[in-house]
Design a protein around this ligand. Structure first.
Ligand code: GLN
Length: 487
């Protein structure tokens, strides 16, 4: 089957179930494709582990005890701990680290029958927008290898786009699923904060971190999201106590009467004209499908940047204090006393951006500055969430760009943290509010790079986002385009 690697999750699941192909054949195809590690997308692979899992899937299929996604391959962002693969979080401080257990999300996808292909490159501790902050090298964008894939789930997005895996997990703290999905022409969804368990996800900013699937279509994301979400109350204190949902059930609802809110603030001066035109064409398509467009206001959109870049580093500075050379990971070889061991370990093994954020975080939390920065930021965060509730009085979902531009050139912004931060403007508001958000491909910009449209829903309304995206994808073919190198 020459085009096996080009099949969707839904197609592979059906083919495996009908025994048209075996899990071992599927796994073997993808292992062959990732040989040589194109785009530096993978950080750890182990074909023995993968093939053993595939054989177990074939046995289950033969025995009639298969899970819903039995034998379908997936790869995980290297932020999820895994017992069979190393987990580095893209950092030197966790080089060769082995977790004694699997993250809940990883375990749930295994329970559904998925076969693990390996671990995917990402920005160090998921801090970044270009995947250039990985200690293990930058990832290239399969659509143009001189460009970044987006970040921080850049390895995930590049691997799916290049057909090195049919699906991947990602995490999104301020846009890290949506933005790389947009930059690589794939589909990705960050569910409502608390839907997916954070147990076993290396923590960056705990009040924002959320896991989600990245694949080619909304149909595939619905299958994956259904398998990975659900309460995990004993292990994650912020896990929501809402029943598991089958997100595939509502994909076929017609869009008649759907009110799509268009935030004026998302279409201002900073938006590149090629991104704007692709988004406008997609909005027209939604209208053709029966949706109506409603102008709405998200007046504090601009404030989401300073607010996020206070809250996220504050939480990061606290979360990252556990990497001290004592419990796990790297420890400096030479030191005089305990304090110098901490200092040397952390200075040697954290990258620039991580250090920058720890310093900012410690500063905004320090006595005398807490009220001025951190507390203020928390107040504005609440107002941003309230603005969304106002908006959802007028509309069912919100649509706009994911990012102001398409993927930039490798190196272009690598020395300019502020330029990276500014590019997060459209993804940060939903993150701060804890709302579900997704990205779907809606065309190509002037440079031939993919453009993603963002859909934001109210709490627990992932099904609406997936419904809109699936209906759009039934009538368009942007999500089925192949980057040159992936044929
Ligand atoms: N780009 C944002 C940051 O650097 C978001 C990253 C993320 O969502 N993990 O923090």
């Amino acid at each position: 089957m020459a085009d096996l690697h080009n099949k969707s999750v839904a197609q592979l699941a059906a083919m495996l179930k009908n025994k048209e192909v075996s899990a071992v054949e599927v796994a073997t195809r993808f292992l062959a494709r990732m040989g040589g590690n194109p785009h530096t997308a993978f950080l750890d692979v182990n074909s023995e582990v993968t093939l053993a899992q595939a054989r177990a899937s074939d046995n289950k299929i033969a025995a009639g005890t298969a899970g819903p996604l039995e034998g379908v391959p997936i790869a995980h962002k290297d932020i999820f701990v895994t017992k069979d693969f190393a987990t580095t979080a893209g950092s030197k401080i966790l080089k060769d680290y082995r977790s004694p257990f699997d993250a809940t999300v990883v375990a749930r996808l295994r329970d559904a029958g998925m076969v693990t292909l390996g671990k995917l490159n990402c920005d160090e501790f998921a801090m970044g927008s270009a995947n250039e902050n990985s200690a293990y090298g930058a990832v290239s964008n399969p659509w143009d290898t001189t460009r970044i894939p987006g970040g921080s789930s850049g390895g995930s997005a590049a691997a799916v786009a290049a057909r090195l895996t049919p699906a991947a997990t990602g995490t999104d703290t301020g846009g890290s699923i949506r933005q790389p999905a947009a930059f690589c022409g794939i589909t990705g969804i960050k569910p409502t904060y608390g839907r997916a368990s954070r147990y076993g996800m290396v923590a960056f900013a705990s009040s924002l971190d959320q896991a989600g699937p990245m694949a080619r279509s909304a149909e595939d994301c619905a299958l994956l999201l259904s398998a990975m979400c659900g309460p995990d109350l004993d292990r994650d204190s912020t896990s929501l106590n809402v029943a598991k949902e089958d997100f595939s059930r509502t994909l076929m609802q017609p869009l008649q009467g759907m009110r799509v809110g268009i935030p004026t603030e998302f279409f201002g001066q900073g938006l590149a004209s090629d991104v704007r035109s692709a988004i406008e064409a997609a909005l027209k398509q939604l209208q053709t499908l029966g949706a109506s467009l409603v102008p709405i206001a998200l007046p504090r959109t601009e404030l989401s940047i300073p607010v996020y870049y206070i809250i996220a580093p504050a939480e990061a500075s606290s979360n990252l204090s556990r990497f001290d050379g004592v419990k796990f990971g790297h420890r400096a070889k030479e030191f005089a006393d305990l304090a110098s061991m901490y200092e040397k370990t952390r200075s040697e093994a954290f990258g620039q951006e991580v250090k920058r954020r720890i310093m900012i975080g410690a500063y905004v939390l320090s006595h005398g500055y807490y009220d001025a920065y951190y507390l203020q930021a928390q107040k504005i965060r609440r107002m941003i969430a309230d603005d969304f509730q106002q908006a959802f009085n007028q509309c069912d979902v919100i649509a706009g760009p994911v990012a102001p531009t398409t993927a930039w050139k490798l190196g272009d912004k690598s020395d300019d943290p502020l330029a990276n931060y500014l590019a997060d403007i459209f993804t940060l508001p939903a993150s701060l509010a804890g709302l579900p958000g997704m990205s779907m491909p809606v065309g190509f910009g002037e440079s031939g790079m993919p453009v993603g449209m963002q859909l934001i829903g109210n709490y627990l309304q992932e099904s609406k986002l997936l419904n809109v995206a699936h209906q759009y994808q039934l009538h368009t073919n942007h999500h089925t385009q192949l980057p040159g190198g992936a044929a």
